[in-house]
Design a protein around this ligand. Structure first.
Ligand code: ZN
Length: 341
């Protein structure tokens, strides 16, 4: 389980959001089988989406989707988060990899490439806002800061980090956003800039000092006060973050209903059923021939009494009613010819 905390610094001149997302990113890696650099890209995007959701949302049930459309080998990153703490996301090419940078760090910028950062906000009403900015570096934190300034007029600093262990699993992941609020003094901004210049990476701070400790280092000398989340109705002192998808077996089956009955029959012939893979979370849903054939079923009932006469199925007609006369006395109409007969 990840955690998100928030606070104010410099007597209310700075707003701070910090998130620890190690478990969230590790689950994403496990589900999608991402390469080390793809894990770093996806992890930064997932963490960024969570921070953005809490930074931009004005009411519960809002969601923020962050889409990196780059021309690099990764082929794109999509991450979505809501203020309920649910985070999900994927990359187009999970196996894509890039050479390490000269400083020995994972080369997320090269893997993402040049392109656009799109942010889609969906309000509780279903209303949608979409805006985009060109990618600055593809390193994601810098791109988010650029977006916040260009599109939302929010001057901010963004730190995002994912540390991948030699075996590929996620050792630490997290991030932080400091928003400079209107009326902030020059002295405050200078101090913040000095602090940020001295930071090597957020995951180093996170592993050494923990989430709150890491944020306190970034805001050193600026008097960081944590917001009491319990008094705001949260059950804990931090908002729990988790990798969670909204897919289900029912929704997957619905998706199959869009295919023609002939196409579903072909799936049964060729694969012995159908498989639907959720691109958000990698969950695999398998459906038997019976489930596929029942999908196209249409009931025909007696127009007088509503008694079920027969079911029309994708593979033909299944007669249910045993007599030629309905129990209400009306003759059961002849079933139509099965399709493709
Ligand atoms: Zn899913």
């Amino acid at each position: 389980m990840g955690r998100l905390v928030r606070g104010l610094a410099a007597g209310g001149q700075l707003r701070v959001l910090a998130a620890e997302t190690t478990d969230v990113v590790e689950e994403a890696r496990r589900r999608h089988g991402t390469s080390p650099t793809a894990t770093a890209a996806l992890g930064r995007a997932l963490t960024g989406a969570a921070l953005l959701a809490f930074l931009l949302s004005k009411s519960p049930r809002e969601r923020v989707t962050l889409i990196l459309e780059g021309d690099g080998p990764l082929g794109g990153v999509v991450a979505e988060a809501g203020v309920d703490g649910a985070v999900r996301g994927y990359v187009k090419n999970p196996a894509a990899e890039a050479e390490l940078r000269d400083d020995g760090k994972l080369n997320v910028g090269t893997l993402v490439g040049a392109g656009e950062l799109r942010i889609v906000r969906v309000l509780a009403s279903g209303e949608q806002f979409d805006s985009s900015v060109p990618l600055v570096s593809g390193e994601i934190a810098e791109d988010l800061a650029h977006y916040l300034w260009q599109s939302e007029q929010i001057p901010s600093a963004v730190l995002l980090g994912v540390r991948v262990a030699p075996g590929g699993h996620v050792e630490a992941a997290g991030g932080l956003v400091v928003q400079v609020l209107p009326g902030a003094e020059e002295e405050t901004i200078t101090r913040l800039e000095q602090n940020l210049a001295g930071i090597r990476g957020f995951t180093d701070l996170l592993t050494e000092h923990g989430l709150e400790g890491a944020a306190e280092r970034v805001l050193e000398g600026l008097g960081l006060d944590w917001t009491d989340l319990r008094s705001l109705g949260y059950a804990e002192d931090a908002v729990p973050l988790r990798f969670a998808c909204r897919c289900s077996r029912e929704k997957a089956l619905d998706a199959l209903a869009y295919f023609d009955p002939e196409e579903r029959e072909a799936m049964i012939r060729e694969d012995g059923g159908a498989e639907v893979v959720c691109h958000w979370c990698g969950e695999v849903y398998r459906f038997s021939p019976e489930e596929l054939r029942a999908l196209g079923a249409e009931e025909v009932r007696c127009p007088d009494c509503g008694e079920l006469w027969y079911k029309k199925r994708a593979d033909g007609v299944e007669i249910v009613y045993p007599d030629s006369i309905c129990k209400c006395g009306r003759p059961v109409e002849t079933e139509p010819e099965p399709p493709n007969a």
